[in-house]
Design a protein around this ligand. Structure first.
Ligand code: SME
Length: 421
């Protein structure tokens, strides 16, 4: 992380946010922070990547209870120097990728206004978001700021002179469709609106708004800096009136993604599901027909899943059985992937992030979490039930217990059948 230390120890972040053009982004972010806090009694606020405290310190001085986490020591020193000891603020050095010092469901509002500028892989961005969402209360808000791709190309690559154009071309920092390829030495990671939507899709959150926090301001920095008070007030008025327009958002240098953590985890009424499954089992004692109907029932009744089905043990491997969802791999060796592991270990596999599971077999690239339960006949595994979700950590022990009821039903069907594995 030393490149960040180097960058921020020579960079006047406060001056950027205090300049007239910098104020547009700051005041816009403040406006939406206040919208999220409206009506809450003594809300608790977390800022991950608090920088020099422009937001955290201001909120703490307004009386809010704030926890400020910042990675760069130099920034943290500047932040702490602004405090007089009367504020309700906890400050700590820490990394957005690991908030394990904080408990689940703790904050009404979580601000992630800097980290996405400096995380260069999708995995890291998902981890930072996952941590921010985890520590936010259900129903609470998560505000995430991004630097945008096209405005940076216009400003940095073309407007700032030919040296930068040569640099990005020579160093291969652009994809053929002009998405900047950032890396730590370039400091800023850049997003497109679809990249942001793609990150959000992995979580149980609702996107309330994606806001253009500076709109056209940075294209005309000097002009904005020179505005008199009346003109600047009108500029802000124009900006606030247009900053939620979807047709302008990708053209803003900075955006603010406003997310709300869902109150309910996707809940399933397992007792009802079991009753429905029993009715299906009565209709057909044949395990294949029953599995076909159970996969349809699960696919229909479980929220936020993208695949539900069975693999059957056949000739020493798992063979694709009845399922619902996208086409899937046909054969899985014992011990391979999540399914093969559930079979080899004869254990339920509850995988909150399939990308972190060694050897996970990706049938649908949208899958982010998975649960696999072994199905037995006379103590031998004869099949597995596999369910995938596009959300991280979609399944928990409640699903495991509920699905075991269905597995037991199927096991009875297998016990009564002469099915040969
Ligand atoms: N993900 C599974 C493969 C099956 S598909 O998800 C349907 C695995 O790793 O075993």
């Amino acid at each position: 992380m030393s490149y960040l230390d180097d960058f921020y120890s020579q960079y006047d972040e406060d001056a950027r946010l205090i300049s007239r053009h910098g104020q547009v982004e700051y005041l816009t972010t403040r406006k939406y922070i206040k919208e999220c806090l409206a009506g809450l009694f003594d809300p608790s606020i977390l800022e991950v990547g608090a920088g020099t405290g422009r937001y955290s310190v201001t909120l703490a001085k307004e009386g809010y209870s704030v926890t400020a986490i910042e990675l760069v020591e130099h920034n943290l020193e500047l932040l702490r120097a602004k405090l007089d000891g009367t504020e309700r603020i906890k400050t700590m050095q820490g990394n957005a990728l690991d908030l394990s010092v904080l408990s689940n469901d703790s904050f009404d509002l979580t601000l992630v206004l800097g980290p996405m500028y400096h995380l260069y892989t999708k995995e890291d961005k998902l981890r930072a978001l996952s941590e921010a969402i985890r520590v936010t209360k259900p129903g609470g808000h998560i505000l995430v700021a991004y630097c945008m791709n096209e405005p940076t190309i216009i400003q940095y690559v073309f407007k700032a002179g030919s040296k930068n154009l040569e640099h990005v071309l020579d160093d291969g920092l652009l994809t053929p469709d002009w998405h900047c390829i950032s890396e730590p030495k370039e400091v800023f990671e850049l997003a497109r609106t679809e990249d942001i939507a793609d990150l959000d899709a992995a979580f149980a959150v609702e996107r309330l708004k994606l806001v253009a926090t500076d709109g056209a301001t940075n294209y005309m920095k000097d002009c904005v800096d020179e505005m008199d008070d009346k003109t600047f007030a009108k500029w802000l008025e124009f900006h606030f009136a247009t900053c939620e327009r979807k047709d302008l958002i990708g053209a803003s240098h900075h955006t603010l993604d406003i997310l709300k953590k869902r109150v309910d985890r996707p809940g399933t009424n397992y007792p009802l599901l079991l009753e429905q499954a029993k009715a299906l089992a009565e209709a057909s004692q044949d395990p294949i027909s029953l599995m076909a109907n159970l996969s349809a029932l699960l696919f229909q009744e479980l929220k936020e899943i993208n695949w539900a089905g069975f693999y059957l043990v056949k000739n020493g491997a798992l063979l694709l059985g009845p399922f619902q969802g996208k086409v899937a791999c046909v054969k899985i060796e014992k011990g391979k992937g999540v399914c093969g592991t559930a079979w080899a270990k004869d254990e339920v596999q509850l995988v909150s992030d399939v990308h972190a599971f060694p050897g996970h077999i990706a049938c649908d690239s949208a899958s982010r979490s998975e649960i696999v339960l072994p199905i037995h006949r006379a103590n031998e595994v004869v099949a597995v039930l596999d369910i995938d979700s596009p959300l991280l950590a979609r399944f928990d022990e409640r699903d495991q217990v509920g699905l075991l009821g269905l597995v037991e039903l199927l096991e009875k069907s297998f016990a009564n059948d002469r099915f040969e594995g």
